[in-house]
Design a protein. Structure first.
Length: 148
C-alpha cells in the first residue's frame, strides 16, 4: 500500500534525529490523555523552566543558610576578637593553651603560659578570651545553708 498523502513525510525530510524527537514530545504522544483525546491539555505537556529549577534554587538557599552564613558570622567574630586583643588579656588558644597576652603584632601573639615561660602563636589561633569559671569550693557555709 502506497501512501497517497506524502506531505507529513516531506516535512520531516532533512531534519536530524534530535529535531524529530523534539517535535514528538509528551504532548503529542499517541497515548490518550485522561480526557480521552491524544495530545489534549493535561497529557503531560512540557514543564515550565521555573518549576524544574525550583528544587535546585531551594537547595542553593538552604545550603547558603546552613553553611556560608554561619561561616561568615564566625569569621566576623574572629576578626572582632583579634582587633580587641590587648596586653594583659587572658586567652584560650585553639589547642587549649591558656595564657596572658604579653606581646602583640600584626600576625603574632606572645603568651605567658607560666612564670617566665612565653610562647608565640599566630593571631588566628586565638579561640576566645578566658574568664575563670566560678569556683565551686568557694561557697560559703551560709550559701550552702540557704540552698537547703
Amino acid at each position: 500500500m502506497i501512501p497517497t498523502d506524502l506531505s507529513p513525510l516531506h516535512a520531516l525530510q532533512g531534519r536530524s534525529f534530535v529535531h524529530l524527537i523534539a517535535q514528538v514530545g509528551p504532548s503529542q504522544s499517541s497515548s490518550p490523555a485522561p480526557g480521552g483525546r491524544p495530545g489534549a491539555p493535561g497529557a503531560g505537556g512540557a514543564a515550565s523552566p521555573l518549576g524544574s529549577m525550583l528544587p535546585l534554587l531551594l537547595f542553593g538557599v538552604i545550603f547558603y543558610l546552613m553553611v556560608f552564613r554561619p561561616m561568615s558570622k564566625q569569621r566576623k567574630d574572629q576578626e572582632e576578637l583579634n582587633k580587641s586583643l590587648r596586653k594583659g588579656d587572658r586567652v584560650v588558644m585553639r589547642g587549649g593553651v591558656i595564657g596572658t597576652v604579653t606581646g602583640i603584632d600584626d600576625h603574632e601573639v606572645v603568651l605567658e603560659v607560666a612564670e617566665k615561660v612565653r610562647m608565640k602563636f599566630t593571631r588566628a589561633s586565638v579561640e576566645q578570651k578566658y574568664e575563670r569559671p566560678a569556683d565551686k569550693t568557694a561557697e560559703t557555709p551560709t550559701a550552702t545553708a540557704e540552698k537547703k
